[in-house]
Every structure is written in structure tokens, then in C-alpha cells.
Design a protein around this ligand. Structure first.
Ligand code: LLP
Length: 399
């Protein structure tokens, strides 16, 4: 995000791994010079396994377990983003036990309702995330943190939501945070070295969605933060942004193979593909609207309209409603665009479907970065108590 560094003196971009994280992705993130936001022990493990430097990691989450916090402390994770008072107490205690001194950011809940799907809102007063600026818990946490020599408070964080199209809610959040930081300074003398405004920059999944250009949003965030803090005579902190979707969303394309096609006269044509809500639950959860094409019929006119459905045993397993398409046939390849973020990372084995392979494509070269899951892997954690074990077929016959 060059444009951010143009308008703000000291800025860092931290990739939000929840959008898509594998070991190869961690390596790419490192090579691009970004930091990494992880939100669970599993994501942290992935990063460490890939060799990602722990000090460049931000560890988020509203319910980090003691084991996860211990893992972060043991590996020297650079920033732990504390989400609540109880977690702060736990972390202080663990820091004493491990004789470490973690760098801590406090996640604030600014009370901003960003315009997006309700499941993608995180900054409103009634949210499970963060310490309330309005209810006094944020200030209480600051005082507790400053009174604890076992941790080092390095700043504040807020993330108001995801798939946000406009800059206005970010500006509203900056306003709340700036006022809070000035208040903290007045009451305690503390000046924050880091201000992390989270991610949430939206992408267009279809032609009707029009987010403000990322470059513009980011520049305005940087500009507004600098102008507001300068006006309040607050020393400029390092500004951190944590984009996930806007980095990987458009980079992803899912390739499905067309299977059965069923026309219900006067109703619609269902075109079934060899995936569905198991690899893309976003349609069912957020009513996301995707676009797709038959990759092997790109030059044919779009004379048909079909509804693309997955193979899960579920009527909500829909991928695209009413898609104009070239005349389809079993075996065609359907490419669905914009599936790089929150698809593989939210995929499940529902109906015991193996998760697909992931292929990295760049400069005309394709490299496998996630192998296709096998049936053997699907059953690998299954255990059968001896009393339930089925007899081998030959024993049954002998009986
Ligand atoms: N930072 C924090 C603390 C977050 O919680 C998130 C996303 C991000 C950064 C990155 O947000 P992004 O730039 O990707 O919008 N599964 C939902 C999205 C959930 C986002 C969770 N947090 C979806 O598919 O729409």
C-alpha cells in the first residue's frame, strides 16, 4: 500500500491471515514485506512452521485460550492484541509465570456501525469484540496495563468490520480513537506508539458492487489520521492497517466441473458442480453474489440462464442464482471469480467432501500450494471403540 506511506510518515501493512492462510501464503506475505495478523493457535502454528518471524506477528482473537497465549509468549510473538479485561488479567499472570514481557495492543470497540452485512460488523456497541470506549472498560484496561510492569502497552487497535465500501466509517472510528487517546494522555500521560485501524476494505464480487477504490480509502485514512492527531497535538503513532480480503479476494478463482443439469420447465435450470457450500459457504452465510463463466466456452454467447448449485445435501447449497452462461454440458469447467478470501479458510468437510487443491498462478506458471484432500485424510482422526467395531465381511459370512 504505497499510497499509505505517501500520506503518513510511519505506516505498516499487516496481512489478515484469516482471509486465506497456508504456509506458502505466509512466505509470500513475508516476501512482500508485510506483517501478519493471526487469530488462533492454528494460524500462529502455520506461520511459525513457514518460518515467518514471530516478532512481525499480531495475535488477535476474542477468546484466546491460555494455551494459545502461552504459545505466543513462548515464541515471542511481536504484538498481542488484547480483546477484554479478563484476557488482560490472564495475560499479565502468564507473563509473570513465563518471565516474559509481551508487547500489548488493546482492541477498542469504538461504537461505530459500519454499513455491511450484520455478520461482518464488529465495531458497534453490541459486539463481542474489544473493550468499550463508551462503557469505560477501555480506559480501565489502559490503567490496568500501565500499572503492570509485566506487559508493555504499545498502542490501540480497532477493526470495525469487513467488506466495507466507503471511507466514512473509518473516519468516524478515527475520530473516536483520537478523542480516546487524548483522554488517556490527559489522565495518565500515556502516548500510544501504535495505532492499528484494522482491515475491512471491500471488494466487488459482482458488477453491481462498487467499493471506493482501495488506494483512495487508504490514502484518506492516512491523511485523516495525520490531520486529526496533529490538530489535537498528539505525537503521530505508527499507523497499522490489516487488510485481508482486499489482498487475496480478487486473486482467487475456483474451478468447478459441471455435473448434472436439471431443467424444471417454467421454473429454472439447476446446474450442479463438484463443490458448493463446503468450499464456499459465503453465499449461504452472507448472501454473497458471485459471477462465473464457463472457462472452456469463453467465446460462446451467453444464451442460457442457470442457477449454479453445489453437491451438498442442503437446499441452501447455492453458488450463483440466475447466471447468464454459454450452453453448458457435463464436464465443462465453471470458473467462479473473487474466491480468494474467506473461501478456502472457511471451507469445511460437510458431507465428507475433501477440500480442493490450491494452485498458485503467477507469470504463466502454476504451482501447487495445497494438495487435494484425500478420503483417507477425511477419516484419519476417526476412532472406533472396540465394542462398536464391525466384523470383517468374511467373518460375517461365516456366521
Ligand atoms: N483485522 C481484524 C482484527 C479482523 O477481525 C479482520 C477480519 C481483518 C483484520 C481483515 O478484514 P478484511 O480486510 O479481510 O475485511 N468471513 C467474513 C469476513 C470476516 C472478517 C473477520 N475479520 C466474510 O467472508 O465476509
Amino acid at each position: 500500500m504505497e499510497s499509505l506511506q505517501d500520506v503518513y510518515p510511519d505506516a505498516e501493512v499487516v496481512y489478515a491471515g484469516k482471509a486465506f492462510l497456508t504456509k506458502a501464503m505466509c512466505c509470500l506475505v513475508y516476501q512482500e514485506g508485510l506483517g501478519l495478523d493471526v487469530v488462533s493457535g492454528g494460524e500462529l502454528y502455520t506461520a511459525l512452521e513457514a518460518g515467518f518471524p514471530a516478532e512481525r506477528i499480531y495475535f488477535h482473537g476474542n477468546n484466546k485460550s491460555r494455551a494459545e497465549l502461552m504459545m505466543a509468549l513462548r515464541h515471542g510473538v511481536g504484538q498481542i492484541v488484547v480483546d477484554g479485561l479478563m484476557e488482560l488479567e490472564t495475560l499479565i499472570q502468564l507473563a509473570i509465570e513465563t518471565r516474559t514481557r509481551p508487547r500489548v495492543l488493546l482492541r477498542l470497540r469504538p461504537g461505530i456501525e459500519a454499513q455491511t452485512h450484520t455478520y461482518d460488523q464488529t465495531g458497534q456497541e453490541d459486539s463481542k469484540f474489544g473493550l468499550g470506549v463508551g462503557d469505560g472498560s477501555a480506559l480501565e484496561a489502559v490503567k490496568m496495563a500501565l500499572a503492570s510492569p509485566q506487559i508493555k502497552l504499545v498502542g490501540f487497535h480497532s477493526h470495525i468490520g469487513s467488506q466495507i465500501f466507503a471511507v466514512a466509517p473509518f473516519k468516524a472510528a478515527i475520530e473516536v480513537l483520537a478523542t480516546f487517546m487524548v483522554e488517556v494522555q490527559a489522565q495518565t500521560g500515556y502516548v500510544a506508539p501504535i495505532l492499528d485501524l484494522g482491515g475491512g476494505f471491500g471488494i466487488a464480487y459482482n458488477k453491481s458492487e462498487e467499493p471506493e477504490p482501495l488506494r483512495k480509502i487508504v490514502r484518506e485514512i492516512g491523511h485523516h489520521t495525520r490531520v486529526r492527531l496533529t490538530a489535537l497535538q498528539y505525537p503521530l503513532p505508527k499507523l497499522v492497517l490489516e487488510p485481508g480480503r482486499s489482498i487475496v479476494g480478487d486473486a482467487g478463482t475456483t474451478l468447478y466441473t459441471v455435473g448434472n443439469i436439471k431443467t424444471i420447465p417454467g421454473v429454472r435450470t439447476y446446474l450442479s458442480v463438484d463443490g458448493g457450500m463446503a468450499d464456499n459457504p459465503r453465499v449461504a452465510i452472507y448472501q454473497a453474489v458471485y459471477e462465473g463463466v464457463l472457462a472452456n466456452k469463453m467465446n460462446e454467447p451467453l444464451t442460457e440462464v442457470v442457477t449454479v448449485t453445489g453437491k451438498c445435501c442442503e437446499s441452501g447449497d447455492m453458488l450463483i442464482w440466475d447466471l447468464p452462461i454459454a450452453p453448458p454440458a457435463p464436464g465443462d469447467l465453471l470458473a467462479v471469480f473473487g474466491t480468494g478470501a474467506y473461501n478456502y479458510s472457511m471451507a469445511s468437510n460437510y458431507n465428507r467432501l475433501p477440500r480442493p487443491a490450491m494452485v498458485l498462478v503467477a507469470n504463466g506458471e502454476a504451482e501447487l500450494i495445497v494438495a487435494r484432500e484425500t478420503y483417507a485424510q477425511i477419516v484419519q482422526n476417526d476412532l472406533v471403540p472396540a465394542r462398536l467395531r464391525l466384523k470383517a465381511p468374511e467373518e460375517r459370512i461365516a456366521k
